[in-house]
Structure formats: C-alpha cells, structure tokens
Design a binder for this molecule. Structure first.
Ligand code: SAM
Length: 289
C-alpha cells in the first residue's frame, strides 16, 4: 500500500474513533515512523513491513486517545521542539500568546532581565524566553518530580536555572525577592467542576496536578499573587494564564492585593479571556505591561 493510501486508511480509523485532528495526526505519525517531515511525506518510499507494524500500533494507541505528542515524544512550542511524555503537561498553543506578551514586554525594558517561569512543566515558557531573549537570566520552578525530570532533560543544554520547589512557598527563590523583572506562569487552573468537559487525552494523560486548580480553579493562583508581588522588582511585570471563566476573578485578585497596577485581561484568538498581566507598583519605569 502506498504511503498516501496508508495515511487515508489511518485517517478514517482515527476519525471513526472521534479524533478531531484525524488527518493531521495520521500524517504526523507517518512522518514520525518514516523519520521525515509532514511536508515531505509525498516523497517518502512505501513503508516497510516493520514500519507498517509500528504505524498500526501508533494509530491504535491514538485511537484509544493517547496524545499525539506522547506517541512522537515531541511537542512543538514556538521555536522549540520539546521532549514530552507521561508525567508532564503537553504545552498548548494558547500559552504561546503569554510568552509573546512577555517577550514584547522584555524588548521595551532591560537587555539582561531576571525572568522567572513558575510551574514550568516541560520548560516551554522558560526555554522560549531563554532562546528568544538571549541575555535573560531565566529561572524555572517545578514541584512535581515526574515533570521535573522532563524539565531537566529539556533544559540540559539551555541557559536556564531549574529549581525543584513549591511556587507558593516563600522560601522558593527567596534570594530573588524584589529583584525579578518578569514572572510568567501557566499554573494548574481548570475548575474541578469542569472535569467532565475535558477530553480523554487530558483526563487520562495530562497529570492532574498540572491541570486542576481546586473547586473553582483558583487554589494556586490565589496564594501565588502575593508570592509574585514579593518576587518582582518595582516596575516588574507579571503574566498569568487562566481559565476562560476567570476573566473577572484573576484581575480582581491582582487588584485586591494592592501591590499591582495596570492590571489587564488578554483574550485569545477566539475572543476568550486567556491571561492577565499586571505591573508591580512602586517603580520608576515607564511603558505599559
Ligand atoms: C499547566 S502546567 C504548565 C506547564 C508549562 N509551564 C506549560 O505552559 O506547558 C502546570 C505545572 O505546574 C506544576 N505545579 C503545580 N502546582 C505547583 C506548585 N505548587 N509548585 C510548583 N509547580 C507546580 C505542575 O506539576 C505542572 O507541571
């Protein structure tokens, strides 16, 4: 069977299993087996018998809703190709918006900033800042041992300091208190009440500690606000991703703390509230976060 016929067959099987991105996933898994890129699939030779077997087993796993990124072992994020798998949250495209905002903020400020990624997971945010804003002194904090192993692997060659710790513990990064220029955070924020609306890929394969933020989703963000206020230098900036139901609650938490100004809600391309930014009051710098 030709590569295109094999992919068409797999696409039908994935669609039948309810995989939304059936064609894309069938192509990406074929590219993975053939060690080529999706764009070059048409030029690839037919699959060998062994490759057919490997492809069939990957398609069967995807039919049972194992995430595509766990099957290929890789996740694309901005300019990065991250190693991912069981035990670590697969980075999402919407988080690229938070990073985009953070990088734009850095461009208007100091050339050698101190940047902290709280709840670092695979390292998507920290590694993006380190590669796209050379000169930044970047710290990545993660508590979960399984996620930490992936983070350390991804950050092995990168100028990022990895720390095992609880982001709301005042002892974590205490030596940086009052000195951080930018804090970015994609915390666990899905309300437990929304668990029934999530896909099998999320409920069975993303770690629960990475996804859920307690009954209303704010269990971590609530204490985080005060910890970030302590970390930031006057005029420093904070960007935090949150649930699309938190468009009122997260800005309100930042305003209620009393140490933040210019609190702004940002929407994703579908118009949903996606992240909130603010500036640590007390600084001399100009320019909006
Ligand atoms: C939604 S994931 C985000 C991962 C990564 N930053 C990204 O955007 O793909 C949240 C991460 O926070 C970690 N985490 C949860 N609670 C934490 C805590 N109190 N301290 C440190 N890390 C925590 C989880 O283990 C998980 O890796």
């Amino acid at each position: 069977m030709s590569v295109s016929a094999t992919i068409a067959h797999a696409t039908a099987a994935l669609a039948e299993a309810g995989v939304v991105s059936a064609r894309t996933d069938a192509e990406l898994l074929a590219a993975h087996v053939l060690a080529t890129t999706r764009g070059r699939l048409l030029l690839a030779p037919d699959l060998t018998e062994e490759q057919h077997r490997e492809y069939a087993s990957l398609i069967a796993a995807r039919e049972s809703r194992v995430p595509l990124q766990h099957l290929t072992g890789r996740a694309a994020f901005r300019h990065l190709d991250l190693a991912v798998g069981p035990g670590v949250f697969v980075p999402r495209p919407e988080t690229e918006l938070l990073v985009e905002w953070g990088l734009a903020w850095l461009r208007g400020h100091t050339a050698d900033p101190v940047v902290v990624d709280l709840c670092a997971g695979s390292g998507a945010i920290a590694l993006s800042v380190a590669t796209e804003h050379p000169g930044a002194d970047v710290y990545a904090v993660e508590r979960d041992p399984a996620a930490l192993a992936w983070l350390r692997r991804n950050a092995a060659e990168a100028p990022v300091t990895v720390l095992a710790g609880d982001v709301i513990d005042p002892a974590t990064l205490a030596d940086l208190d009052g000195r951080v220029d930018l804090v970015l955070c994609n915390p666990p924020y899905v309300p437990l009440t929304a668990a029934g609306q999530l896909s099998v890929e999320v409920t069975e394969h993303d770690p629960a500690v990475a996804v859920f933020g307690g009954p209303d989703g704010l269990d971590l963000i609530r204490p985080l606000v005060g910890r970030v206020a302590a970390l930031l230098a006057p005029g420093g900036a904070f960007g935090v991703e949150h649930d699309d139901t938190h468009g009122g609650a997260v800005p309100a938490l930042l305003r209620a703390d009393g140490r933040f100004e210019r609190v702004r809600l940002h929407h994703d391309l579908a118009g949903r509230p996606r992240f909130t930014t603010a500036r640590r009051a007390g600084g001399w710098q100009d320019g909006a976060p």
